[in-house]
Design a binder for this molecule. Structure first.
Ligand code: SF4
Length: 304
């Protein structure tokens, strides 16, 4: 198996061209969708069915935005009060950029919006109990990273945060804001972090020392240290997953795989496991296979 590095960060050097051998891309969210339920992958990536964001997802997006901006402030100013002060302006910015978010609340429901903003601030308080951002200088935030594996597959995703120690050690940090049952989502979260670790290893030649999940709601830290052998196995898994997706697409055969995560699925009405019928398979792939834009997942607590 070969891997060709592609450095492609928002804050890094100029992104090189994607090699001409590349014919598909895969993000951790979409790969995890297929692993969780092939039909869910089809609904999201092939049918591209719309999903109305939940309050939990939007709260997650808001908290991520605040934490990203927090590190724009001088270190000494990164206090809980400053984070709280960022909540309302970041919400205004998000609603301006994505007006559909305002439909989460009924017109004139000022109390609803206020409660929502307070709940985001409460999650940020959880953040300050597990980290002191005044002592951190992240190397990258919300950075798009990508690498080519197996000559043909571009794997890419957005890191919440990357910390680089003076000795060059990497720590990948992912903020989790969901309140979903932990056991149902931990594997998916770890899959996502290993995906990032694989990209970093392939682009920088360094296996991240720590993959860190920060659970803001429960104020808990979950650290994991991968090794090169494990990432090699993981790379084979990702390539095998992509081949399985290609086969399923060629056969137009994406089967439902019911699990506890169905409770968070927006597409039960179309799912045979719930008595529904999927729409006809799209005649042609609707999008450039290299276009796999970031989308916040529909499953709270999974990738947000
Ligand atoms: S309801 Fe469950 S089985 Fe059906 S598509 Fe959604 S996740 Fe898959």
């Amino acid at each position: 198996m070969t891997a060709e590095p592609v450095i492609d960060t928002q804050h890094g050097p100029t992104a090189p061209e994607v090699p001409p051998t590349v014919r598909a891309s895969l993000s951790p969210s979409r790969a995890a969708d297929f692993k969780t339920c092939p039909l869910l992958y089809r609904f999201r990536s092939i049918d591209r069915l719309p999903e109305r964001p939940t309050v939990e997802q939007v709260r997650g997006t808001l908290v991520h935005a605040v934490l990203e901006r927090l590190f724009d402030l001088p270190a000494a100013a990164r206090t809980p009060e400053s984070a709280g002060d960022l909540v309302a302006p970041q919400w205004d910015r998000l609603v301006t950029e994505q007006p559909e978010l305002s439909t989460l609340f009924a017109d004139g429901d000022a109390a609803g919006v206020e409660g929502f903003l307070r709940s985001a601030a409460a999650l940020l308080e959880g953040y300050f109990t597990v980290e002191d951002p005044r002592r951190l200088e992240p190397a990258e935030r919300e950075a798009l990273i990508s690498a080519v594996v197996d000559d043909e597959l571009l794997i890419r995703g957005y890191l919440d945060r990357l910390d680089v120690a003076p000795d060059g050690a990497l720590r990948v940090v992912d903020y989790k804001t969901g309140g979903a049952p932990r056991e149902a989502f931990e594997a998916r979260a770890l899959f996502q972090l290993k995906f990032y670790a694989l990209v970093l290893w392939r682009t920088r030649g360094v296996v991240p020392r720590v993959l860190r999940l920060l659970y803001l709601k429960d104020a808990e830290v979950c650290d994991y240290s991968p090794d090169a052998e494990e990432l090699l196995r993981f790379e084979r898994t990702v390539v095998a997953l992509w081949r399985a997706i290609e086969q399923a697409t060629a056969r137009q055969d994406f089967r439902p795989r019911p699990s506890r995560l169905c409770d968070w699925c927006s597409h039960q009405a179309l799912c045979p496991s719930f008595g529904g019928t999927p729409p006809p398979f799209p005649v042609a792939r609707p999008a450039d296979p290299l276009t796999d834009a970031r989308s916040r997942p529909a499953v709270p607590g999974a990738d947000e």
